[in-house]
Design a protein around this ligand. Structure first.
Ligand code: MEV
Length: 436
């Protein structure tokens, strides 16, 4: 394998040519035609050149766009308001399941949510080789001065009602020789706030270096994506008998108890908890991506929170008590509705318009509730008909798409497989039968 020098300096067209050549000449598959590779990559370029250059600038070494489906979940009743929720997700069944859960709860009081707190954290990690007590008194003496020195960075955020909320010196020398942190908390209003927080932290790091000289080594200044105090609780509840619905196929008390047990199992067993929470993030990630937020940050934080007592557990809880069914999610969620991609990506902007331009807190509640709804839908299927029934319907449509079935063929095949097991080969065979 040959290394290439200066790849980033090539034009976009040259990068396309490079990969087309590599696929056709150096690749395993000698049948790949370079011209076809180029044509395919170019076919995903946007016809609006200005828009295309906006997309290109989001990242580096871009050669084309990678499409993902953008769908809508209607009738999402949250805190007595009706939302249409935009979702970017490639996995079939997620939007369908969410839509069903939204409809189900829309006639049972809807979803409820509250933001418990919206505090973000950042840390300056540093080594101090001088005397511990003199560091502590330096920090106490200079705390106000440090905060005042940040004014040029914080002035706008302060005006919006945000800014630095606390600053403390943390002694971790029992874990690593001479290791301390300046730990700060922030309110970043409607911004996710990563740039703001990191700029503040770097200024604090510089203050330490300027004031403490050679005794200090700043290792790094960076926000923490673990924000347990930037958190949402969302829930649904209703009398057990109101859970009645044809698709449940059992009495409501049995359903409620099986459902609650399924949640308990995800608290007991990390293998199940991982899949359970993965389903929750099927919903959350869809909204987070659609609104131009950072799904890696949201996931990393959620998973850390799920393991906060030392074992990875469910992010949802269920109680069936005194004839009542109660199901909640308690999840950290740091999202923004200004800055970053939220204005730059035209569809992220449109998603926020569809959600009626929410504040960051409102968007956090929407995303957490979508996670709860997704988990409700998954568990409802799992403890009743099983997950494959719904999945297979969508899977069948995907297979039919791949086999280029016509609309009439699709209708006939869907009818045929209504009571049969779906597999690629079985569908291909049935389609061949039809066509012959
Ligand atoms: C599939 O993407 C997600 C589920 O496996 C979630 C779950 O099992 O709870 C259906």
């Amino acid at each position: 394998m040959k290394l290439i020098q200066g790849f980033s300096k090539l034009s976009k067209e040259q990068k396309v040519q490079f990969i087309a050549n590599r696929l056709s000449n150096d690749g395993q598959d000698q049948n790949i035609d370079a011209q076809k590779v180029k044509e395919q990559l170019l076919s995903f370029w946007h016809s609006d050149k200005k828009l295309q250059s906006t997309f290109d600038e989001f990242s580096e070494n871009t050669i084309t766009n990678f499409y993902l489906p953008y769908g809508l979940v209607p009738n999402f009743v949250l805190n007595n308001e009706v939302y249409t929720v935009p979702m970017v997700i490639e996995e079939s069944s997620v939007v369908a399941a969410l839509s069903k859960a939204a409809k189900f709860w829309s006639t049972r009081g809807g979803f409820k949510a509250e933001v418990i707190a919206s505090e973000k954290i950042g840390q300056v990690h540093f080594i101090y080789e001088g005397d511990k007590e003199s560091l502590k008194s330096f920090f106490e003496d200079k705390k106000i001065d440090i905060l005042n020195s940040l004014a040029p960075i914080t002035v706008n955020m302060d005006k919006r009602g945000g800014g630095v909320r606390s600053i403390e010196l943390v002694d971790l020398t029992d874990k690593e020789e001479n290791y301390y942190q300046i730990k700060m908390s922030f309110e970043t209003c409607d911004a996710m706030g990563a740039n703001f927080i990191n700029s503040v932290l770097e200024a604090v790091g510089k203050y330490l270096e300027d004031s403490l000289g050679e005794d200090v080594q700043v290792v790094m200044c960076i926000l923490s994506n673990y924000t347990p105090d930037c958190r949402v609780r969302a829930w649904v509840e209703c009398p057990i008998e109101d859970l009645a619905e044809k698709s449940i196929g059992m009495d409501t008390a049995t359903f409620a108890s099986k459902f609650a047990r399924a949640v308990r199992i995800a608290h007991i067993d990390p293998h199940r908890a991982t899949t359970h929470n993965k389903g929750i993030f099927n919903g959350i990630d869809g909204v987070v991506i659609a609104t131009g937020n950072d799904f890696r940050a949201v996931e990393a934080c959620g998973h850390t929170y799920a393991a906060r007592d030392g074992q990875y557990r469910s992010l949802t809880n269920c109680k069936v008590e005194n004839g009542n069914f109660y199901f909640e999610i308690d999840i950290p969620m740091a999202l923004g509705t200004v800055g970053g991609l939220t204005k730059l990506h035209p569809l992220a902007k449109m998603s926020l318009d569809i959600l009626e331009r929410p504040s960051a807190n409102k968007l956090m509640m929407i995303a957490a509730t979508v996670g709860l709804a997704q988990n409700f839908a998954a568990l409802k299927s799992l403890v009743t008909s099983g997950i494959q029934k719904g999945h297979m319907k969508m899977h069948l449509m995907n297979i039919l798409g791949q086999l280029e079935a016509t609309t009439t063929e699709k209708e006939q095949i869907v009818n045929h497989f209504a009571d049969k097991v779906v597999s690629f080969s079985a569908v291909r065979e049935e389609l061949n039968n039809l066509r012959s």
